[in-house]
Design a protein around this ligand. Structure first.
Ligand code: ADP
Length: 655
């Protein structure tokens, strides 16, 4: 090459360099303008690696003056975080090898020793002749982004940790109720792995967890319906909740509270189900709350009057409707006052007794009188128990109005008194009756003896003195003899009457058979009177056979006897069941009797006919009948009209 050539060559190189320089400048100016408003700085190294440009934003990001670095007093690598130096040096080598570096992250320490995250990209710069002229380096401060990212990662880790290690179960379901995620608590509870749970519908899982004895009530379909109704309609800010008992895989019953919240992930809606396991304390609180609710409900709707009073001053702090109804006072009138202030206490001594038993702290049960709003006084039975409400000592009292009871009790007492009097009378009567019986027996028995003596002497008189006595005396003697005989008969009847039932024996008796026997015994009478006797169906009964036989016999005889002359007696004997008794009837077609005498005829020695009439008798048959029926605790009466026949009826209860 000659000198001219050399000169030309030099000139063109200078020109080229000038052009390059110009180009670079305009780029730098543009970049500086741009850089002022950005968070990235630009740097240029020449082909030998010497830094010849650093954009001003470098100072803003690092706090160092760029001239120190351009002058070569300091190297950019000095700012690199010691942990990242190795990496950065490797990248330097790549830069020297003219390789492209994209988005390489490392940390710088700024002047205040703060960490700055930098994303570095570098590219070799070539001129138009494709000659390597240097390296362009772009550094972006990504500290903020990094911090956000780190925070995000940290919070995601936190969330994940929370999600997985939560004491409570968490299930994420999609809009169709399909489980998309769940935490390890759910796995533990169900004994199933996440893989087994995911894709199952939430109600299927729930059904699995329900205690066996609740399964009848809560079918899968019911659960599905409940989810559709109560969860899938929730608005974004709404929460559904439920409380229930579930069975863990270990067989232990757990109480859970479900909180279900809709969540948006992207533009898709999911539901997050928090299964909160209630600790014993929580459960106790929850149950206490439920109990309180229950108590409140009972308190409000109970028909029993209930009040709560503060222990220290007996001020009413709550009353239920039943008490306002009982007392006539409104809730507002009562609450905040004492019974004494409301003039409800009738007897202050009673109040003292109440206070005393309350102070002794025992559950008390007492009665007292309450003056209600109308001024009326009612009898109350009261139960008291001490309870503590939110730390305030109270008494819980129930009131029962026993006024009606008292009245009924009084009536009962009156009745008892009446009965006692009647009983005393009855005892007296029984005693008298007994005495009378004894008297009748003794009298008739004792009378026999003198009567016999009289009769004997009458016979002696008649036999030994018949020649001596005149016609009149013999006539008188005859009258005395007749009277004596009659007296003897009366005495015997009386004796028999008083003995009636003495040796009574209760025997199971076929009444039909017995009656036929009686008719057989009366064969002569029946035949001679041409009587027709009809016997209906008869029961088998426990009765005093001998006495019953006499009863039937007397009635048949009377039916045949009290007939108009020439009338053929027709006697019908019937029986029918009436409640616990058998009712017998003996009817005839005889002369009948005036109903006025229907009671009298059952008395001893009572007859409706004069002695000399066609109807003989002593008036004892029906008295015997009555006594026999009474022995059986039955009743006897007659339905009859004169000339229309008679129906004698009696009852024999089942003994
Ligand atoms: P007596 O038959 O000895 O008179 P009762 O005691 O058997 O005594 O009867 C009392 C009275 O009742 C009878 O005198 C009679 O007047 C009336 N009497 C009883 N049975 C009948 C009857 N079947 N029909 C009408 N009167 C009767």
């Amino acid at each position: 090459m000659n000198n001219t050539d050399k000169g030309l060559d030099f000139q063109s190189r200078v020109k080229g360099l000038e052009e390059e320089n110009l180009q670079l400048r305009s780029r730098i100016e543009f970049l500086e303008l741009f850089n002022d408003h950005s968070n990235s700085w630009e740097a240029f190294r020449d082909k030998d690696g010497k830094l010849f440009y650093l954009s001003p934003i470098f100072e803003k990001i690092t706090g160092y003056s760029r001239s120190d670095f351009i002058s070569g007093d300091r190297e950019l690598v000095d700012l690199v975080h010691p942990d990242d130096i190795g990496e950065v040096k490797l990248k330097y080598q790549k830069q020297f090898a003219r390789e492209l570096i994209l988005d390489f992250h490392f940390r710088l320490l700024d002047k205040d020793n703060n960490i700055k995250y930098i994303s570095l990209s570098s590219s070799p710069v070539f001129n138009q002749k494709n000659e390597f002229t240097g390296t362009r380096i772009s550094c972006i401060d990504i500290t903020k982004q990094k911090q956000i990212e780190e925070a995000l990662v940290a919070s995601e880790i936190k969330l994940k940790t929370l999600f997985n290690n939560s004491f409570n179960g968490i299930i994420l379901i999609d809009e169709k109720g399909v489980i998309v995620d769940c935490n390890s608590k759910i796995e533990k509870m169900t004994g199933l792995s996440k893989a087994e749970i995911i894709n199952e519908s939430v109600w299927d899982l729930q059904y699995r967890l329900i205690a066996e004895d609740h399964k009848e009530l809560l079918s899968r379909d019911f659960l599905k319906m409940a989810w559709s109704k109560e969860v899938f309609n929730l608005k974004v800010n709404e929460t559904a909740s439920g409380f229930g008992e579930i069975l863990s895989i270990s067989g232990k019953a757990e109480y859970i509270e479900d909180l279900i919240k809709p969540v948006m992930i992207g533009d898709k809606r999911f539901y997050c189900v928090f299964q909160i396991y209630l600790t014993e304390q929580k459960l106790a609180e929850r149950l206490a709350l439920e109990n309180e609710e229950k108590f409140r409900k009972i308190f409000n709707i109970s028909p029993v009057s209930m009040v709560l009073v503060r222990a220290k001053d007996l001020i009413y702090i709550d009353v239920n409707k039943a008490f306002t109804k009982l007392s006539g006072y409104s809730e507002e009138e009562i609450i905040g006052h004492t019974a004494l202030q409301l003039n409800m206490i009738v007897d202050s001594e009673e109040l003292e007794d109440v206070k005393k038993s309350l102070a002794e702290g025992r559950e008390a049960f007492f009665s007292y009188r309450l003056r209600i709003r109308s001024g009326a006084i009612i009898d109350i039975i009261c139960t008291v128990s001490g309870i503590s409400i939110n730390g305030v000592e109270c008494y819980f009292l129930t009131h029962y109005d026993i006024s009606d009871l008292r009245e009924a009790q009084q009536k009962l007492q009156d009745k008892i008194n009446e009965l006692e009097v009647a009983n005393a009378e009855l005892e007296q009567y029984v005693f008298t009756n007994q005495e009378l019986k004894q008297f009748a027996y003794t009298a008739s028995h004792q009378l026999q003896e003198p009567l016999r003596t009289v009769t004997n002497y009458m016979n002696i008189l008649e036999e030994d003195y018949s020649g001596v006595l005149d016609h009149n005396a013999i006539g008188y003697l005859q009258i005395v003899k007749d009277a004596t005989r009659r007296m003897s008969m009366l005495i015997n009847t009386l004796l028999e009457f008083s003995r009636l039932g003495r040796d009574k024996k209760l025997l199971k008796t076929d009444c039909g058979y017995l009656i036929k026997g009686v008719i057989g015994d009366l064969e002569y009478l029946v035949k001679s009177s041409d009587a027709y006797i009809e016997v209906g169906d008869m029961p088998e009964l426990l009765l005093y056979q001998t006495e019953f036989r006499q009863l039937i016999q007397n009635l048949i005889i009377n039916g045949i006897k009290f007939q108009k002359e020439g009338n053929r007696p027709v006697i019908k004997i019937r029986s029918e069941r009436v409640h616990d008794s058998w009712k017998f009837s003996v009817s005839d077609n005889g002369i009948g009797l005036d109903p006025v005498f229907s009671n009298k005829i059952f008395d001893l020695f009572q007859r409706l006919h004069p002695d000399e009439s066609e109807y003989e008798g002593m008036g004892v048959g029906l008295a015997f009948c009555k006594k026999i029926v009474q022995l059986h605790h039955g009743e006897i009466w007659v339905d009859s009209v004169p000339g229309g026949g008679s129906v004698f009826k009696f009852t024999i209860p089942d003994l």
